[in-house]
Design a binder for this molecule. Structure first.
Ligand code: NAD
Length: 456
């Protein structure tokens, strides 16, 4: 990678799509200064008008949803079905938070000698640093509530996947958002990202990415007592009890880990199966995996595309050495592109690195367990705690295990973890703070208390 530009590659063909200029520290400072000036007027825009502008932004995204989706297919190798959902998610998150400016309600607290009220004040300039695995939704989860709360946002997309974020910034301007309120600044993490962390006028960082880089971001923020939200790695467990609807659990398991080629922080990349149901579950899982369609992501039938880069392909391959316990695999196209077949490793010792590391690729490890306590103990191993699924017909067990697993987002008899109206985030080293849902606004505001004396 050169210091001044980046060749953006289509991971399904390895062709260069375009070359994007990378910002340097001076350009980052200039963008923050513009955002700081824009913030002064954005915060004073009447709440209903701020809401209206965000709804117009949502309408622009909706009108260009197909274009954004096609762009994501080319830049990220996402299946067209996923990419359409992702563009729609940006629209929906903007619409959801467009109602927020008029509902950013403080309290009136009974006190002696006067009136006490609280305000939720915007922070100022918010720096958003996002990864390459879901370029559109993760950006939207940061910028939509931040803008709704009255902040200006400078967003740094991942080096590999800047194109949809750049297009979203254009759509924001076309929707009427004032210049400087929402800036997208492609650049290196160690240059633009680090400068946003260090810059005194950036009052908060929303970071989504690896746990390793996230720790450095948190250290940098600590020096300035800068507010920070971290959405980091995961190694989520898909826990299948013998009393579950095994057909349904097995049919859903490949999608829960191989969706987006496993490059999903919520990927259920450990399948824990109760030993008494192990053979039956594996027999049901095999056709679901071998039938998983890995093909040109632009095709409507594609269930999985390529990995994002050669580097990611090499990293994922290192988890499937020649002597790996491969139970069965799906297929993947030959030829150019960073293709990797869906791969099931089983049975795997819970201490194996395929079970403990976030592989971030289409590789799943199956681990047998004995009983409920054993399942919770294995699920809680390791430092991650983002997501997970529990399959059982026993309601009491579903609740006990849900309360027992240390993770921020669990689903019972389902693998869905993300809804814009519900909170999302991690326990342990999977993160700090929550995005989405009704309370996300509060992580983009400071609570201010004002006492007004009524004494004569
Ligand atoms: P990464 O940590 O390498 O990069 C994330 C972002 O940080 C990129 O924009 C990068 O340029 C920037 N960055 C790199 N070095 C930096 C520095 N020194 N200072 C500031 N910014 C810097 O992660 P990635 O490889 O792009 O993404 C994959 C990771 O993201 C996985 O671990 C995955 O689990 C995680 N993730 C978490 C969530 C979640 O919500 N919990 C969602 C998606 C992805």
């Amino acid at each position: 990678m050169s210091d001044t530009s980046y060749d953006v590659v289509n991971p399904a063909t390895e062709e260069v799509l375009t070359t994007v200029p990378l910002a340097d520290v001076e350009q980052t400072d200039a963008a923050v200064a513009r955002a700081r000036r824009a913030f002064e007027s954005w915060r004073t825009v009447a709440p209903a008008d701020r809401g209206r502008l965000l709804r117009r932004f949502a309408e622009q995204v909706d009108a260009h949803a197909e274009e954004l989706a096609q762009l994501e297919v080319r830049n990220s190798g996402h299946t067209i079905g996923n990419a359409r959902w992702e563009a729609g998610n940006v629209r929906d998150v903007l619409t959801y938070y467009s109602a927020a400016p008029e509902r950013l309600i403080g309290k009136q607290i009974p006190v002696a000698g006067g009136v006490d009220v609280t305000f939720h004040e915007p922070l100022g300039v918010v720096g958003a640093i996002v990864p390459w695995n879901f370029p559109m939704p993760i950006a939207g989860w940061a910028f939509a509530p931040a803008l709704a709360a009255g902040n200006a946002v400078v967003l740094k997309p991942a080096e590999l996947t800047p194109l949809t974020a750049m297009r979203l910034a254009e759509l924001a301007l076309e929707a009427g958002l004032p210049e400087g309120v929402f800036t997208v600044l492609p650049g290196k993490g160690t240059v633009v990202g680090q400068r946003l962390v260090e810059h005194p006028d950036v009052r908060k960082i929303v970071f989504t990415g690896s746990t390793e880089v996230g720790k450095g971001v948190m250290r940098g923020c600590a020096d300035r007592v800068k507010r920070v939200t971290l959405e980091l790695g995961g190694k989520s467990a898909n826990v299948v009890f013998a009393d579950a609807d095994l057909e349904k659990a097995a049919a859903g398991a490949p999608g829960a880990v191989f969706d987006n080629a496993g490059q999903d922080c919520c990927a259920r990349s450990r399948i824990l199966v109760q030993r008494s149901a192990y053979d039956r579950f594996m027999a049901l899982l095999e056709p679901a995996v071998t039938g998983f369609r890995v093909e040109d992501p632009a095709m409507d039938t594609a269930q999985m595309g390529p990995l994002i880069s050669r580097g990611q392909w090499e990293r994922v391959s290192s988890y499937v050495p020649d002597d790996a316990p491969v139970a069965f695999r799906g297929t993947a196209p030959d030829g150019p592109g960073f293709w990797f077949p869906p791969t099931v490793l089983a049975p795997v010792d819970p201490a194996d690195r395929a079970v403990t590391d976030e592989i971030f690729g289409p590789v799943v490890a199956v681990v047998p367990f004995e009983d409920e306590d054993d399942a919770v103990r294995i699920a809680n191993q390791g430092e991650y705690g983002l997501s997970g699924s529990i399959w059982t017909r026993d309601l009491g067990r579903a609740l006990r295990v849900s309360r027992g697993i240390e993770a921020g987002n669990l689903s019972v008899n389902s693998n869905s973890s993300v809804r814009y109206s519900t909170p999302f985030g991690g326990f342990k080293q999977s993160g700090l703070g929550r995005e989405l849902g009704p309370d996300a606004l509060h992580s983009f505001t400071e609570e201010k208390n004002v006492f007004l004396s009524t004494e004569v």
